[in-house]
Design a protein around this ligand. Structure first.
Ligand code: SPQ
Length: 425
């Protein structure tokens, strides 16, 4: 992909459906009883991997663009797969699906791509094993290929060392079919789409501070889900609106779940000209329209409980920080090392190629602004969020940028480069 800098970005736009919510809508619909209808679904590669896996588990799923219908037959309706379940690039698919398979008394084998093969699974396989599930894989169940045979699970009280929506969700999914109560406590609050959606499927979920509990042997009832726009996708255009000269963008119907809006806090702290309009709070997930204009930004410190609320936005925040006056420090973000790539290294190395003044630390990065970026040959390294961050960087860098492996963006935002191009016209 070759891209040149743009004069401005202007327009009213929508981003595709939320990836986390789209995955969950298919999985919960698949283990529910009755029909589930999903609108606003994200037809990106990751969520299509989830559909593919649950079809191989015998679930009838009809998908056309952003509309999905799932005929669930309860957890007992899942069938032993005849083929290997391939999750592609999707960490959410493999970790949540392990939780769903915890109560299936048959054998499943799970693989993914090269990136998945390096991502740690023990964070999920250890608590699931404690619940009574038989799981094996490379390095004592830490890496794919994994094999799982569900069993008669019993509830556990689990304290997770990391704030992770995937760990919490996998254990809660396993807990749904377990004997007794299952609870998960975490150091900071991670995204709570699972808790919200389980309630919409009729499950009784208790939330007490940083602990979530469910009683086992509960049934899910099929329902209708409306997926809002993905704030993690909107983040690229919010950042673009703030740093590209003369820009003004409105992004409609963006998900505003408080466990995901760390990017809004950061934009406000950096001094961005951002307004939130038409906020709606009645649905399972809140949403609003976001309006952003070119802004003068200042460096800030980001860490602590804010990190899980913006973990996937750190690559684009780092780019914004190169355009802010002063220093931005990002800390407490060691989780970045186990994403699609080691996002501390890939962000620092790729932005350095453009002339950014950025250094890696043990648990984050330090960026000194403001620097003029100069186009270069860069690489997504197969990481969608790095590919999109570099796409936005090309809008402000002088010269022509070559982004290698740019099609990684299909995982969460298939039309990203076309939309960027349209807004620059
Ligand atoms: O699905 P995957 O590959 O793990 O996707 C990422 C992303 O950048 O899209 C992370 F690499 O998002 C995760 C997110 O970081 C999606 C997610 C979820 O849907 O529950 C939770 C977060 O991960 P974690 O490890 O903190 O639970």
């Amino acid at each position: 992909m070759k891209l040149s800098h743009v004069q401005r970005l202007k327009g009213v736009m929508k981003v595709p459906g939320d990836k986390s919510i789209s995955h969950r809508s298919v999985m919960f619909g698949a283990i529910a009883e009755g029909k589930t209808k999903v609108t606003g679904f994200l037809p990106g590669d990751d969520c299509l991997s989830t559909i593919d896996c649950f079809r191989k588990l015998g679930v009838n799923i009809h998908q056309e663009d952003d509309y999905v219908e799932i005929d669930g037959n309860g957890i007992e309706g899942l069938k032993e797969p005849q083929e290997v379940l391939d999750v592609g690039n999707s960490g959410t698919t493999i970790r949540l699906m392990l939780g769903a398979l915890a109560n299936t008394p048959f054998h499943s084998c799970i693989i993914g791509d090269k990136s998945i093969a390096k991502r740690p699974m023990k964070r999920v396989t250890v608590p699931l094993t404690e619940m009574g599930v038989a799981i094996d894989g490379r390095a004592e169940g830490n890496f794919t290929p994994l094999s799982i045979r569900g069993g008669n699970t019993k509830g556990i009280q689990y304290t997770s060392p990391v704030a992770s929506g995937q760990v919490k969700s996998a254990i809660l999914l396993a807990g749904l079919g377990a004997e007794g109560v299952t609870s998960v406590s975490e150091p900071h609050k991670s995204r709570d789409h699972t808790e919200r959606m389980l309630q919409a499927f009729g499950v009784n979920v208790q939330v007490d501070g940083l602990t979530v509990s469910i009683e086992g042997k509960q049934k899910l009832k099929g329902t209708n889900i409306e997926v809002p726009g993905d704030i993690s996708s909107a983040a690229f255009f919010l950042a673009a609106g703030a740093i590209v000269p003369e820009s003004e963008l409105t992004i409609q119907k963006v998900g505003m779940n408080p466990t995901r809006t760390g990017i809004i806090d950061v934009l406000q702290l950096m001094g961005a000209d951002l307004s939130i309009e038409n906020a709606q709070n009645e649905a399972i997930e809140p949403f609003a329209d976001l309006h952003i204009k070119k802004s003068s930004l200042k460096g800030i410190e980001i860490g602590g409980e804010l990190i899980p609320r913006l973990i996937d936005e750190i690559p684009i925040i780092a780019l914004m920080a190169t355009q802010a006056e002063g220093t931005t420090v990002i800390k407490d973000a060691a989780e970045l090392k186990v994403k699609e790539t080691n996002r501390i290294d890939t962000v620092v190395n790729e932005l350095k190629k453009l002339g950014a003044n950025i250094e890696a630390t043990e648990d984050g990065m330090i960026i000194h602004g403001k620097t003029r970026l100069v186009a270069s040959s860069v690489d997504s390294h197969g990481d969608h969020r790095i590919g999109m961050m570099l796409g936005i960087a090309s809008c402000i860098a002088t010269g022509e940028m070559t982004i290698n492996n740019s099609d990684a963006v299909r995982v969460s935002y298939p039309g990203f480069f076309d939309q960027l191009n349209e807004l620059s016209r």
